[in-house]
Ligand binder design. Sequence first.
Ligand code: TH1
Length: 743
Amino acid sequence: MGRTLDNAMLNVGLKDVARDGLSDLGFRVEDVINQEHDAALGNGGLGRLAACFLDSMATLNYPAWGYGLRYRYGIFKQEIVNGYQVEIPDYWLDNNPWEFPRHEITVDIQFYGNVKKYQDENGRISHSWEDGEIVQAVAYDVPIPGYGTKTTNNLRLWSSKASSGEFDFQKFNAGDYESAVADQQRAETISAVLYPNDNLERGKELRLKQQYFWCAASLFDIVRRFKKTKRAWGEFPDQIAIQLNDTHPTLAIVELQRILIDKEGLEWDEAWSIVTKTFGYTNHTVLPEALEKWSVPLMQNLLPRHLQIIYEINLFFLQSVEKRFPNDRDILSRVSIIEESHPKMVRMAYLAIIGSHKVNGVAELHSDLLKTTLFKDFVKIYGPDRFTNVTNGITPRRWLHQANPRLSALIAEKLGSYDFLKDLTLLDKIEAFVDDKAFREEWAVIKRENKLRLAKHIKATTGFDVNPNALFDVQVKRIHEYKRQQLNIFGVIHRYLSIKAMSAEEKKKVVPRVSIFGGKAAPGYWMAKTIIHLINKVADVVNKDPEIGDLLKVIFIADYNVSKAEIICPASDISEHISTAGTEGSGTSNMKFVLNGGLIIGTCDGANIEITREIGEQNIFLFGNLAEDVEDLRHRHFYGDFKLDPQLERVFDAIKDNVFGDKADFSALISSIEEHGDYYLVSDDFNSYITTHEMVDEAFQNQEEWLVKSIASVARMGFFSMDRVTNEYADSIWNVEPLDVKD
Ligand code: TH1
């Protein structure tokens, strides 16, 4: 979520009042805003997408709730020590004025235990989940004010604590303090810490506990609210839509089925029809290591009744598939929710598809890949209509108005109002001013001020001075091999070596650059940490090299988070979105940078493709192999058909000559490319990447042309408003309409 104060003041229209009031008291509103700690309860784009959803749903008056966990520790704080990432716990809950504890709203959540089967006098079979442990979920509510509306929605976060059952008190009274305290700590562990992996699942029991705890508490809340209306169960899907943000909450499907058949006494088929009409599933990634699978023995132990229900769902599903495709034996094992491995695994994405009425990807290429690769068999079974695309977006309130108030004000001045913040397609009207010299000048001044603001931050946090006239080249996102920060830093080394080899005359023609990196590596992701280490070592050498001076600076901004993104996005000239084609679901920072007047260099991947379609090919720097060629290239590498790009070889030679410290520190990074098949195609794309950066330099030298590109791009970004996204979900998946709040 990031910080709340500034966003809340802007959304409810009280910032000017607050500024004046604070100033009377001798304070600057900016200083007060900067006191706030970021709420950092997610990893990267997935969590921030959810935050943008909340802002849009409130702004558009949709009666919507967000559900999550109230982690005691959010994503770790990153420090850089001697070039290495060091993780510091993020204890963020002290002095958090934005949450309302609802101690009276609690849900008992069960784990472990066993299932008993009963038969009544009519022969009807029922199941009961008995014994095991109970942990209590306590609600904490976070208000989500919409922009320019009376609507304030609710984000409900669940905190775990020991159940207040008599059992614990008995232990206490009996003097068994230690064991009573241990019980309490074990319960509190569930919501203690966010797992810090982005695009990776590791199958840990505590993580499964977190997922079930979250789903069970939220569903109980939803069902309780529905039951107050006294409607018939058949109306449940008309009243409620639940969207699964990736597979992490897929157990909610099973939990609702369990409530309906075990608790409410509905027949299986009636219950299942309600469930599938209620759920929608959004897939955000095709990376195999990110696809969730839970071991059957683990689930058997923790959630015995849920496992039974999963087996039933699978049985009925496979029976229907068998009927439709009687001559295709293989399809059954391919689409089974249970993977027949050792141990057996529950495939959560398949469960999510089978339990939902709509499945969507987050950008066109990504949704197409889902249909033609990952979920191909399911398209055959359900037909193509169950699968759709909803391209991601961002909220213009935070990512334009709040992060870049001067640009927002300039646009409002030209358009006559701030209406574009509620209808971003109105931005297209600023294209009419693209030839207006004064307007262009103002546009340039704003970019320069934003660059100065970032330069100040860099000076304060790293000690390095950067030249605000240089081209600011930014890559900020989670560090991951597929996002290819290694390609970027190898490109920087190539630039460094090239400048070193130049004559004084040649150097005069170089366009000065500041290469800015930022992002966290998962603590257990060694290769990602190696990339961070290399970036920092390159920075040490380059930034102190007197032959280089202002021509190149390399900066690693520590602890990249939402509030830093708000300073960084408005300050970029060019940003990098350079994932191996076909690997990035969508990407959303690409949209944030373009909306703030930065251009981008990128691969034909994720939402880059639709950004290109909207803003025009002449306004983006695309490079690299296409998704359709990736499989073939990897296959060829695997069979030894691989030749290292000669310019990349020169970069590797410098690293091997210990130019950036001990070469041994980076050997794994180099050998993953030279010797182990270059899975992410760094070498294949290197030449194209370097050449495209030369085009960037060339384009930047013509500042007037560059400004035209910048303005035209912003003008055409209306499509990427989260409001468009939210309306698409509401129309085509949730079947819900806005509900105006009366004064
Ligand atoms: C991200 C995708 O990588 C990104 O491309 C996309 O823009 C974003 O979701 C929002 O749609 C994902 N983050 C995660 C994190 C985990 C598991 C899967 C994904 S996909 C832990």
